[in-house]
Design a protein around this ligand. Sequence first.
Ligand SMILES: N[C@@H](CS(=O)O)C(=O)O
Ligand SMILES: [Fe+2]
Length: 216
Amino acid sequence: MIDVPTPATIEDLVTGLNIFSRAEIPSEKKSAMIVDYFKLYKNNDWQKFAFWDDFRYTRNLIEEIDGCYSLILMCWPEGSASRIHDHPNADCIMACLDGKIKYRIITSIKFELTSRETQLNWPEADDNKPVILSKETFAVSGEVLHMNDSMGIHRVENASSSDRAATLHFYFPCIHECLIFAEDSGRSTKVKMCYHSIKGVKQAPQNISRGAQCIS
Ligand SMILES: N[C@@H](CS(=O)O)C(=O)O
Ligand SMILES: [Fe+2]
């Protein structure tokens, strides 16, 4: 039995995640336990970490223990989406806190590997177009998903063009770069995963490198 506080506040949630992250439990079991733990968090106090951009989703770091985990609030303006990407060697628990999220998992795509092999077994396409097989899931406030690359690479989208959405992501271990995949060619590019704010403090614009080199 793991003794964690009921996550009445985001600080309690972080305390519990610190305990889970140190516990010696197989990662599948740990993921399932954290999914259940996230479902108990119903407060709105995450809003103190929320910084928004009009067009792109923002990545707001709440807590990170290097080499161990990151807890990140993602703020999705109306209609915004991530690009198809991987989560190299990390599990991610994603809770929808507000709005409606479309989660597309991609299990087949022709793509170029850059720096590392993946555990996935991608079929070859016959021409230069990528083969994309994907499955869509929707999540609304209070729902929690577990994802990792053995399930496929993925893309997340705010399903609404009129309302904002917010998600909370727990990565273990932390990831600071990933591959994004072009939908038209399947070509991959390694990008950094930059923070828009850290522990409630917005980063200076020059420190938020965005666009081509960054996931958001
Ligand atoms: N993994 C993405 C968010 S999502 O689209 O899964 C990120 O860390 O920015
Ligand atoms: Fe992701």
